[in-house]
Structure formats: C-alpha cells, structure tokens
Design a binder for this molecule. Structure first.
Ligand SMILES: *Cc1c(COP(=O)(O)O)cnc(C)c1O
Length: 485
C-alpha cells in the first residue's frame, strides 16, 4: 500500500514512513493511492471478531509494511478492557465501543456508540492509544527518539499525554493556557507524574500557545536537532484507527450486509467523520454520514451550499462544546480530494485560495471554482448545526426520554441525528466524550453534577506537576533543550 499527497507530491511512501509525520512536504495530506476494498464474505467473518481483532484486520490493509505478528501485538495491547474501562454501569468494557439503543419508533432506531471509555473520557483515546504503541514500536525499531510538542485547550493534549506516558523514546511537551482549562481537565493532565511528560502552563490564551508551537516548528534547525514532532488530527495513523469503530458499529447493529446504517458525528476538524468516509469508500454499507457542528458551522455551511468559507479568530466562538470550536477543518482537504476526482493540481489551487481569499466555492454558480457540490450526495454526506440552547434542551431530553446523561458534544450529535432519521435505517450517533468532562454545562442543563467514572472522584485533589511560563519562544526552546539529553 502506497500513499500519496492530496497536492500531488511525487513520492509515494509506505505507512511506516508517514507514521511519525503530519503534512506531506508539499503541504498536502496523505491518503492511500487506492482505498482497500472489503468483500461481503470478509464482512461476514468480521461480524463476531473482538474489537482488537477487527482493528488488526483493518489496519493490516493500510499498514502493509509492518509485519503482521507485530501489528497483532500492537492492536492486542491497545484495545483491552483495562484501557477502555470507564464505561457506564450498564455497559461492558469488553466491547471497547459499546452500543446502546436510545429510541425505536415508526421503524427507525437511534443508537449511541460510546467512543469515550478510554483514559481521558473522549474519543481521541480511540486513536491516540494506538498511536502511542505504534510510535514506541517504530522508534525502538529505528533506534530513534521523538519529542512531541503541542498546544492544547483540553481534549487533544490529555489524550496525547495518556497515550505517550511511560513510552520509551518519547517525551511530550504540552503547552496549555494557564488557569483557563476546567478544573477536571487541568487535574487530568497535571496529575500525571511520569518523567517523560512535561506540562507547561503558559501565561496567555490558547492562541498564544499555538503561536509558540508554530514559531518553534518554523525553526527547522531546532526541530531536527531536537527531533520535534506533533500528534495533531491530520496524522494518517489516527484517521485509520478511527475507521475501525465505523465497522464495529455497523457489524454490531446489522445481521446481514444488505442492511444499511447511518452515522451522525459531532465534528470539528473533520477527522472523525473523515474515517467514516474512508470506511464507506472501502465498501462498508453506510447510507448517510451526517456532520453535526455547533455554532462554528464551517462544515454545515459547505454541506448545505457548496461554499467553504473559513472563519477568522474573531468569528470563531467559544461554545459549550469547545472541542468543536474550529475556524477551519484541517482534515477537510482529504474529502475534497475525493470529491473532485483526485485532481491534485486543483486541490492545490483550491487550498491556495483558502490561504489567499479565505475559501472556495464548488456550488457551480456563476463565478464559482467548480460544480462538484452536486456529487456530495453520492458520498452520503448531510449536515446540521446546533446552538447552546439546543445542547441544553438535548441533554435534558436525553435524560428524560432515554435515561442517559450525555455530554454537550454528543448532544450536538443527537440533535442533528433526530432531524435526519430515516425509516428502516438505524442511525448511530458517535458519543465523543463523557459528561464528567463538561460538568459546568451539565449543571446548567440538569441542575446536578455529572456522573464520574470510578476512580476519578477526587482527581482535583491529586498532586499536580507542571511549570508556568511566559509567552516566550526562546524560553520554551531552552526548556525543551534542557530536558532532552
Ligand atoms: C475532537 C473532538 C470532536 C471533534 O472531532 P474532529 O475529528 O475534530 O471532527 C468532537 N467531540 C469531542 C469531545 C472531541 O474531543
């Protein structure tokens, strides 16, 4: 299996060669040269596999340069009951992504697939835990090291730290805005005592942290001397790991491959639902893929009009589903590449236009950049948005009618899913976080505290380990240098 860049870079690397990286050298994103196909008989034999075995079967189609025995060890080690144990009482940790039926009426069924039972209670653990094991494996094999450097306002940073803690050859340097994360999220990250994890609280806002990361990444000499890497959502291995739970969801809900299923996905950077698109391109019988956004509705706008218009910082709202507060969707280019017939030169021109003019228009109207919006249906995509008030209403509705407490991101998903139900096509909403992470909004909606998984009741009381720093690029470089032997 070879990979290519959405912007046409000539080299076609293997999986291992793109594992530790992000963007292709031409600024594009990596995709397989062809999507591997899954036959009906393969789907039948997969129906009863454990999550770890299913992950192995899917990954081996993409990671053809990793010996199968090694890959099996990695998937077995990642998808265990012990790692995905933060389930609700009625759910089984053995299933890794347990499904629960919420509603069944007039021939249509609504289900919730939990992706948030990992160590940080958000779906990013699904991929990041595998990435930690893959990175450790590749670095050990190559006798190399990696220093992951990133900025976080919550979910991504903690998922990365819990995936990389204690891993040989890896250090994590994570910037976060000092005193701006919730007490729970701060405790989750700062209570880690592993010597390879460095939490740096920056006296500034999230954008200051991100600017510091950019400044360091632009210093190519420093970057290569100190083996600096990232783990952001464009990383190909993260996307592939996410393909697995679409198969798991489909296979759990159906008995026969003639049946179809739709998915609704709370979306920000288009990483999660991009994996759904890939599963569908592999032949998984997915009917609709429904993008749910919050008030930051860049994606809803595109899937309603064909116009992709990124937002400026001042137009990007801080909402009560903060992990979906994005100004542009960093994985979207992967879908556009397929939508316009894999024409890399045009992708390059369209995304150059995003940089120069803030967007592009595929509506086909006079003066637009193309008419491929008309093909969106063929790919199954639909979209919807919700607001803070919708989230509160949906959290209350779910508590009253389904007897379940949901987090605000999942509420965005359920709201949009309910608007798009079809008779005879089960609808699976992906649960992307547990409510414990977003207690402020739960209190506002339900006037009580969110349930917390066992063992997390007093995490705010645990000793915390972190350093405080000014917004100062040379200081952070010095900090990294002094902690790398
Ligand atoms: C990251 C995240 C999302 C958005 O996922 P994308 O892959 O960026 O679309 C949604 N919900 C939660 C809880 C998240 O952490």
């Amino acid at each position: 299996m070879h990979y290519l860049s959405t912007r046409g870079f000539a080299a076609t690397p293997h999986f291992s060669e793109i594992l530790l990286g992000g963007l292709a050298p031409d600024g594009g994103l990596y995709l397989p040269a062809q999507y591997p196909q899954v036959s009906a008989s393969e789907l039948d034999t997969w129906r009863n596999l454990s999550y770890a075995n299913l992950a192995f079967e899917i990954l081996k189609k993409f990671a053809t340069d990793i010996p199968e025995n090694d890959l099996r060890l990695l998937t077995d080690k990642t998808y265990t009951e012990a790692v995905y144990c933060n389930t609700r009482q009625s759910e089984s940790a053995k299933e890794i992504t347990p499904l629960r039926k919420l509603q069944s009426q007039n021939g249509s069924t609504l289900l919730l697939q939990a992706l948030s039972n990992g160590p940080t209670l958000a779906f990013k653990d699904m991929a990041m835990q595998l990435l930690g094991n893959l990175f450790e494996y590749a670095l050990e094999r190559d006798g190399s090291e990696l220093n992951i450097f990133g900025a976080t306002s919550g979910d991504t940073g903690s998922a990365a730290e819990y995936a990389m803690r204690g891993k040989k050859g890896i250090r994590v340097f994570m910037l976060s805005p000092h005193l701006k994360m919730s007490a729970f999220q701060t405790a989750q990250m700062f209570s880690l005592q592993d010597p390879n994890i460095f939490n740096i609280a920056v006296k500034g806002v999230f954008d200051d942290c991100q600017d510091m990361v950019k400044a360091v990444s632009n210093d190519l000499g420093f970057k290569s001397q100190y083996k600096i890497g990232t783990v952001n959502s464009i990383n190909w291995a993260r996307v592939v790991a996410q393909v697995v739970y679409y198969f798991r969801g489909y296979l759990s809900v159906t008995k026969h491959n003639s049946e179809k299923v739709s998915f609704t996905v709370p979306s920000g950077n288009f990483g999660n639902i991009c994996a759904g698109h890939i599963a569908r391109m592999m032949g998984l019988p997915i009917d609709k893929l429904i993008v749910a956004t919050n008030e930051n509705d860049v994606l809803n706008e595109f899937f309603s009009t064909g116009i992709y218009r990124v937002r400026k910082s001042a137009e990007t709202y801080h909402t009560s589903s903060p992990s979906m507060d994005i100004s542009k969707a960093s994985n979207f280019e992967r879908f556009i590449f397929d939508l316009i017939g894999r024409d890399a030169a045009r992708v390059k021109a369209l995304f150059a236009k995003v940089e120069s003019q803030g967007g592009f228009d595929l509506s086909g109207k006079a003066g637009s950049d193309g008419d491929e919006f008309k093909y969106v249906n063929q790919y199954g995509f639909l979209a919807g948005r919700s607001t803070h008030q919708d989230r509160l209403n949906t959290i209350r509705y779910a508590q009253e009618h389904y007897g379940i407490m949901i987090d605000p991101h999942t509420a965005d998903g359920i709201k949009v899913a309910r608007e798009n139900m079809q008779p005879d096509v089960p609808m699976i909403v992906l649960e992307t976080a547990l409510p414990a992470k977003f207690n402020e909004t739960i209190r506002e909606a339900l006037d009580k505290d969110a349930d917390r998984p066992v063992g997390m009741h007093n995490i705010e009381d645990l000793p915390q380990r972190f350093d405080v720093m000014d917004v100062d690029v040379s200081a952070i470089k010095q900090y990294i240098a002094s902690h790398v032997d």
